[in-house]
Design a protein around this ligand. Structure first.
Ligand code: NAP
Length: 192
């Protein structure tokens, strides 16, 4: 499951669990992005902070783990490289699913070497309230053939909402796991 996770919230965890149970996935590996080549519009929390929060959010869930692979990559991180790494580690393409949000999936044709991605895994997109699934139709046929759409229970939270609430001194309790809330407060994240 790939994402910036800036910060991770219950929407991500709910999406992960829904995909796991609906697709019969054995294990969900959260892969926080390292230095995203496409994120130039706002300053994101450091890779280490986002990694730490993802670890705290998933701690104690036997089927969930977190990978440092993109965090530790010295160069820009591309999904295709991550999938190749997982394949090389022995997870065959028919056993590997790449899960991400609908907005992110809609931009897949701009990703580096995206044409190779359907050979390396099955794509999965998690839908959220207010997101237009019909927009996916614009994606090329070879992507759509490889794509599974999983509907997630209505829970309208996003990382942007969480960051905005912190900036406006509003509570984020029950939007993110308690340990993530404590981490954000202790480290003064997203205040400005
Ligand atoms: P993002 O900013 O993390 O997310 C874009 C949208 O999708 C946001 O609305 C986000 O909601 C939602 N989202 C993200 N991850 C989700 C998840 N796991 N489950 C449900 N919703 C999710 O997206 P991004 O930085 O573009 O990255 C998403 C994934 O695509 C990453 O793994 C990234 O590496 C990959 N990607 C690869 C390339 C490339 O290879 N060149 C380019 C772009 C993206 P929240 O804000 O609430 O998270």
């Amino acid at each position: 499951m790939g994402g910036t996770f800036d910060p991770i919230h219950y929407g991500h965890l709910l999406a992960a669990e829904e995909c796991r149970s609906k697709l019969g996935i054995e294990k969900i590996i959260f892969v926080p992005t390292g230095d995203p080549p496409h994120k130039k519009d706002y300053k994101i929390a450091s890779a280490e902070d986002r990694y730490a929060m993802t670890l705290l959010a998933t701690a104690g869930v036997a089927e969930f783990s977190v990978s440092r692979t993109e965090i530790d990559r010295a160069k820009f991180t591309y999904t295709v490289d991550t999938l190749l790494e997982f394949n090389a580690a022995g997870i065959k393409p028919d056993e590997l699913f790449f899960i991400t949000g609908l907005d992110a999936m809609l931009s897949i044709t701009h990703w580096f070497d995206y044409e190779r991605i359907p050979e390396l895994c099955t794509l999965v997109t998690a839908t959220r309230p207010g997101w237009n699934v019909k927009a996916l139709k614009k994606l090329p046929e070879f992507i759509l053939r490889n794509l599974k759409i999983i509907e997630i229970p209505q829970f309208a939270v996003s990382s942007t909402v969480v960051r905005e609430r912190i900036k406006n001194n509003m509570s984020i309790r029950f939007l993110v796991p308690h340990l993530v809330e404590i981490y954000i407060a202790s480290n003064g994240l997203y205040k400005i």
